[in-house]
Design a protein around this ligand. Structure first.
Ligand SMILES: [Zn+2]
Ligand SMILES: [Zn+2]
Length: 388
């Protein structure tokens, strides 16, 4: 895993004048691993002419408003090192016992820091000598002993273990039959979406056009106590927030150094290419108009990785939120598998990468220039040329 380029995109003087040739959101919403299925939202067929003038970008790079989001990945400064590290095998071995797991849970669940006796009684150990051995295996790494009060409290590691046990991270697997999903398919426009869970991943697909829209992991605890609709709402919010963190350079799984870079989407993973009105995505045309972008985010410190449409990486940007708010809408009302047919993506430059992302509401256009990060290096609002 490597970090992405610093977010200094914004070149694009080779931007083509003329039509936005169907740069609909047919990028990918995707997997966080390589096991396939990260195909995407596609609705480029009704791309309208817009932005007839070349894009001025020399200035926008200079005035980049958030160009620092990914730089931490590249800066080679001394980092904060752990003050202590134990072997993973030793840390896990300490947990490999029912009594010790119960103790960790009991300490975390206790209202007041428990004593030796409190904890002994929370287990089924028969002798305090035997129990004392188990407690010693935990103290120092998962528990700390407060000598003055002879009580125990959890360390960060202890809390994380208890939380993962409670959440079912290591123990529960959610699988479900397909359930109908409200809303339209971004590829065919039909309303035959369905979601299903398998091994703690949720996949949304269209049964009308047989398109897999996305497949992403979801913690087993996310399914508890929620109706299918509530579960999908939570799934949507969960991944929206995770991508917003990536845009800030923070890994949503480990808080490590995450960054997104824009890449050329694998044509095989982009659905609905035939519907492009200009036919420019078939590979015959040279230049950036034929390039479909995808945002590839990953973490330098763990194996987090996700692929998503560039649009999805900027939908929480203040310029987007303000634009929708001013038009009486909320971008959070659009699920991550279909942000709406008003969005367009168009590659202006591939070195460095610059993708123009536009959306229009009530006759007004919002245009963002997006570079690696993802970083919005310029945002502009103006009346839509055709008044739609
Ligand atoms: Zn469909
Ligand atoms: Zn990470």
């Amino acid at each position: 895993m490597t970090g992405s380029e610093a977010a200094d995109a914004g070149a694009g003087n080779d931007a083509r004048s003329g039509r936005d040739a169907g740069a609909g959101r047919d990028a990918e919403t995707g997997n966080d691993d390589e096991t396939g299925g990260d195909v995407g939202v596609a609705s480029g067929r009704d791309a309208a002419a817009e932005l007839a003038e070349p894009v001025e970008t020399a200035d926008t790079a200079d005035t980049a408003d958030t160009a620092d989001s990914a730089e931490a990945v590249e800066v080679d400064e001394p980092s904060v090192e752990p003050t202590e590290a134990v072997a993973a095998s030793e840390a896990f071995a300490s947990l490999g016992n029912e009594t010790r797991l119960r103790v960790v849970r009991a300490v975390v669940d206790a209202d007041e820091p428990p004593t030796f006796t409190d904890l002994f009684e929370a287990t089924e150990e028969e002798t305090t000598a035997g129990f004392a051995y188990h407690l010693r295996r935990l103290v120092g790494h998962y528990l700390e002993k407060e000598e003055s009060t002879e009580t125990y409290r959890p360390t960060y590691a202890g809390r994380q273990v208890a939380r993962a046990l409670r959440a079912g991270t290591y123990t529960e697997r959610v699988d479900s039959e397909p359930t109908a999903v409200d809303g339209d398919c971004p590829v065919c426009g039909g309303s035959a979406l369905e979601a299903r869970a398998a091994d703690n991943r949720i996949a949304v697909a269209c049964t009308a056009c047989d398109t897999a829209l996305l497949s992403l992991p979801f913690p087993p605890s996310g399914a508890r106590g929620r109706s299918p609709e509530e579960l999908l709402d939570a799934f949507d919010a969960h991944h929206r927030g995770r991508l917003a963190l990536v845009a800030e350079g923070v890994c949503p799984d480990c808080a490590g150094r995450a960054a997104g870079r824009i890449e050329r989407a694998d044509p095989a993973r982009v659905p609905d290419r035939e519907t492009d009105p200009e036919g420019t995505t078939t590979g015959a045309a040279a230049g950036t108009d034929s390039v479909r972008p995808v945002l590839v985010a990953d973490c330098a410190d763990c194996d987090f990785a996700v692929r998503a449409p560039v649009t999805l990486g900027v939908v929480e940007h203040p310029a987007v939120v303000a634009f929708y708010y001013d038009h009486g809408e909320d971008p959070r009302d659009r699920p991550v598998w279909n942000l709406g047919s008003e969005w367009r993506e168009r590659v202006l430059s591939t070195d460095p990468w610059c993708v123009q992302v536009t959306t229009r509401l009530d006759g007004e256009l919002l245009r963002l220039l997006v570079g690696d990060g993802p970083t919005v290096v310029d945002a502009e609002r103006r009346p839509a040329d055709d008044g739609t």
